[in-house]
Design a binder for this molecule. Structure first.
Ligand code: PEP
Length: 241
């Protein structure tokens, strides 16, 4: 199975930066990895056009409702209407900055599936939880509260909160242990369907550490923030895979 390399541009990118997505798309055919990019909402339609299917384009969040009086919000159906193929839900920056709960994340995941989008559902422990040896318990609780009813179209991203944007990464043994814990929970929840759910690692992935992280058992790809903003950097990560 080719590695899945997902770029999360967060609140970065103006019109000129579409050139980076065009460059990623231009090299995607030569890559052994699959490339997905989640630009800001304002660039999704242009990104879909320039990537011409070579790179899948997705959203960074969606509302749980398909439409209605929710000023400033974007529904999963709106993302799909623009040509998006997936959406990230439950990113720790939204859980922390927007007070999103596991129940909110589950509702968004269900909404995304109803709109035909694939879902990247993010979970991860804080530094304090990591230091207290609570990682497995935190991951189990987040999964219990946020997994959608069906495993179809689902991808889980393990993103330790303390590794995001910090330059810190867990040991490879810690990544392996976390992914094994997630896999166990997925199979307990979905039975055989849980084996087919891809699990990504995210948190300070760079071209320098990607090869080692992608060799860890049950790491099916990476979710990349800062190092996904340029084609040179993201393609170097894809090459490492
Ligand atoms: C992220 O935002 O999901 C992320 C992993 O960021 P970074 O790669 O910058 O740590």
């Amino acid at each position: 199975m080719p590695a899945l390399i997902v770029g999360n541009w967060k609140m970065n990118g103006l019109g000129d930066d579409i050139a980076e997505i065009a460059a990623m798309a231009g090299s995607a055919a030569n890559s052994a990895s699959r490339l997905w990019i989640a630009p800001p909402f304002t660039l999704i339609d242009r990104a879909v056009i320039v990537s011409a299917g070579a790179v899948s384009i997705g959203g960074q969040d969606c509302h749980a409702k398909p439409s209605g009086a929710h000023t400033g919000c974007i529904s999963a159906a709106m993302l799909a209407d623009l040509g998006a193929g997936f959406v990230i839900v439950g990113h720790s920056e939204r859980r922390r900055g927007n007070g999103e709960t596991d129940a909110d994340v589950r509702a968004k995941a269900e909404a995304a599936r109803a709109a035909g989008l694939q879902v990247i559902l993010c979970i991860g422990e804080t530094q304090a939880q990591h230091d207290a040896g609570e990682t497995d318990a935190v991951l189990a609780a987040q999964l219990a509260g946020s997994l959608p009813a069906d495993a179809e179209g689902l991808i889980v991203a393990y993103e330790p909160v303390w590794a995001i944007g910090t330059g810190l990464t867990p040991t490879l043994a810690d990544v392996a242990a976390a992914h094994a814990c997630i896999r166990e929970r997925l199979t307990a929840r979905y039975g055989g369907g849980g084996h087919g759910v891809r699990i990504l690692y995210g948190g300070s992935v760079t071209p320098a550490n990607a090869a080692d992280l992608l060799k860890v058992a049950d790491v099916g790809g990476v979710l990349v923030g800062g190092a996904s903003l340029t084609a040179a950097s993201l393609l170097a990560i894809a090459a490492a895979a």
